[in-house]
Write a protein that binds this ligand. Structure first.
Ligand code: AMP
Ligand code: MG
Length: 650
């Protein structure tokens, strides 16, 4: 257990965490305050029970099958009558005066020397102990049958209770009802089951800055991501989430909202306001809502330290950290297991996979650390690549499949170790193809085609240099790049290492974009336009991010000049066009297809080569082959041409 005592500093309006508990200690206190407890149950019709957990063991009220049943079409016989039957000397049996079809109860006993016709599924009559197949019999002239082979007792008979015996436990409490379980229950004649009632979970976001998605964004506001994320994750874990919206940082309003939520729900999950900052009020309210109140506030997690766990009169109240990724880690690691246990659901084993870590991941000693990873199918199983980004980056979700936990006592996770990955989604979704690097509207066409063909593609835009680095580390299959080497005056090939090979893509015209009618640029050559832009101090540019091929072009063009707007460095061609079109900048450099779709003026500069660095090891993979095939397909060529790309690969 790790406790870091820090003296309180009330004078600044900022309280500090007095006691930081270890992850395990915090979880143990939370569980001690909640368990043991009974699981809320309800009775449901079989048809409405799918996906729910059984609350009690189910025993079979009857035998399945309920009677001795014939498995074939034929005759019910006494096996002893056929002891000497053979091809050469068939046994002769008199046929009884009834036919047992499915659903027909037999009337007559099978006496020695007789047989009763019976269908598959028919009840075996008294006196008979075996069935002979109709194929092995022959009617005789006098209305009897000749049987050409012997029978063992029990042959082609399913005995009563041989499938399920009356009184047998067929399903156990905690089992989740799927179609198979529904089948078992129906076969036993069970129409209603007692299941664990779904937990009613209230979800509340807190913060003055929050705006709900779909509403216009005020200045300095952000969209409420946690509300949607937590509600979805609750549903994925078998709860019923009620999202109650976002409440500002107002103690009275928030307290009212929390009390109302607790009155009608089993669980309350908040996010934000848990740091002990001046505006953070939620944790102060919790202690007034019921006993024992807060059991952990401040946990040695990274990220996630401000997590607050409380139990108020038997109901869990959780305040997740505000940063969406921190909220996710702590929710999945600390809250999901507790919710599932409360709801009588088994642990989410299907949401964990084992994967190898290809690189050493450093970690802070003394805090349980979470690292997002994206999964790639390696030669020997799954490989988990860390997708290192700060705790505030929501985009890491798009790249990450889940996270690994590094225990507090470890200062790193060694390369090559196999470790459990907790998945964010209920099912693993390793992409067939991973593309990391520069973005291009042409590439989107190729990716869309692969999607239509049933392949999953993860496409991560981090610029040409970032893509190359990822390819060299084996984190992707393909890195789209457009890098100009000034020494050799050529594109892309000089940047490749031995384990990469170049696949030609297409060429795209890079040029200066401006708003139509801007006289500083209209009808100018590139040189004139640049001179005019640099001469006018009111003329604002928009740059591109470090590591992008376009940025290299910008820097080449500007030389030492640093005009206004140079430090505005968005990550995509579209963002450059948007900045100019919306008047936040007057010029920038982007590609012709993007300029055209934004209806901007365009002065061509240079035709750059947009190619693909292929990881040689991964070339033979079917998805890589599909990508290469798509590049040269007539369908893609047509579409690329329409967008204005040239020198298409063949
Ligand atoms: P807090 O714990 O309230 O100080 O929040 C920490 C950070 O998370 C701040 O940048 C908040 O704006 C952000 N944040 C808080 N709640 C949410 C939310 N529901 N969705 C997205 N970001 C949030
Ligand atoms: Mg806040």
């Amino acid at each position: 257990m790790i406790r870091t005592p820090i003296s309180p500093r009330m004078d600044t309006g900022q309280e500090q965490f007095l006691t930081v508990l270890s992850r395990d200690e915090a979880l143990a206190r939370f569980e001690t305050a909640l368990f043991p407890r009974s699981i809320p149950t309800e009775e449901r019709k079989l048809a409405d029970a799918l996906g729910l957990a059984l609350a009690i063991d189910v025993t079979a009220p009857t035998d399945v099958p309920p009677f001795d049943r014939s498995n074939v079409d034929g005759f019910a016989v006494r096996a002893a009558d056929l002891d000497s039957a053979s091809e050469a000397l068939p046994a002769r049996l008199l046929v009884n005066d009834e036919t047992i079809a499915c659903g027909v109860a037999p009337r007559l006993q099978v006496q020695a020397g007789t047989a009763t016709p019976i269908s598959t599924g028919g009840p075996v009559p008294r006196g008979a102990n075996a069935i002979v197949m109709v194929e092995h019999t022959q009617p005789t002239q006098d209305g009897a049958i000749a049987v050409r082979r012997g029978a063992t007792p029990g042959q082609f008979v399913s005995h009563a209770g041989s499938d399920i015996a009356r009184g047998e436990v067929v399903l156990r409490a905690g089992m989740v009802i799927g179609s198979g379980e529904v089948g078992m229950l129906a076969a036993c004649g069970i129409a209603r089951v007692t299941v664990a009632r779904k937990l009613r979970v209230a979800v509340l976001s807190t913060g003055d800055e929050l705006v709900q998605p779909g509403q216009p964004l005020r200045p300095a506001a952000i969209f409420d991501a946690n509300g949607a994320i937590v509600s979805a994750a609750v549903t994925e874990n078998g709860g019923v989430a009620t999202f109650l919206g976002a409440v500002g940082d107002n103690e009275a309003l928030l307290e009212a909202a929390m009390r109302e939520a607790l009155a009608t729900h089993d669980v309350l999950i908040l996010s934000g306001g848990t740091s002990k900052g001046a505006g953070d009020v939620s944790h102060r309210i919790v202690n007034r809502l019921g006993e024992p109140g807060i059991v952990a506030h401040g946990v040695a997690l990274k990220p996630g330290k401000p997590l607050c766990l409380a139990v108020c009169d038997g109901k869990p109240v959780v305040i997740l950290p505000g940063f969406p990724t921190s909220a996710m880690f702590t929710f999945h690691d600390m809250v999901v297991p507790v919710l599932r246990r409360m709801a009588g659901l088994p642990p989410r084993t299907e949401a964990k996979v084992a994967a190898k870590i290809p690189l050493r991941i450093p970690s802070e000693l003394g805090r349980t650390e979470f690292a997002m990873v994206s999964l790639v199918q390696g030669e020997q199983g799954l490989v988990a690549y860390p997708t290192g980004k700060g705790s505030g980056a929501i985009t890491s979700f798009a790249q990450a499949d889940g996270f690994v936990r590094i225990e507090a006592l470890a200062d790193h996770l060694p390369a090559g170790i196999e470790t459990p990955v907790t998945l964010f989604a209920p099912h693993i979704r390793v992409p067939d193809l991973v593309v990391i690097g520069s973005n291009c509207t042409g590439l989107d066409l190729v990716v869309s085609k692969l999607f239509r063909d049933g392949l999953t593609v993860r496409s991560i835009v981090i610029g040409s240099l970032g893509g190359l680095a990822a390819a060299k580390r084996g984190e992707c299959d393909i890195a789209p790049i457009h890098l100009f080497d000034t020494q050799t005056e050529s594109y892309n090939a000089p940047f490749l290492s031995d384990d990469l090979e170049l696949v030609e893509g297409w060429r795209r015209m890079q040029g200066i974009v401006y708003r139509q009618g801007d006289v500083r640029f209209q009808e100018s050559s590139a040189d004139e336009a640049l001179r005019a832009a640099l001469a006018d101090l009111d003329c604002i540019m928009v740059n591109r991010n470090q590591g992008s091929g376009t940025r290299i072009l910008v820097d080449q063009l500007l030389g030492p000049a640093r005009p206004e707007g140079y430090w505005n460095q968005p990550r995509s061609h579209n963002a450059v066009a948007a900045a100019v079109a919306q008047g936040r900048a007057d010029w920038g450099i982007t590609i012709a297809p993007v300029a055209r779709s934004a209806a901007l003026g365009f002065i061509p500069l240079t035709e750059e080569h947009y190619d693909f660095a292929l990881v040689s090891d991964r070339k033979a993979r079917p998805a890589t082959q599909a990508f290469l095939a798509a590049l040269v397909s007539p369908e893609i060529h047509e579409a690329l041409k329409l967008l204005g790309f040239s020198h298409l690969p063949d």
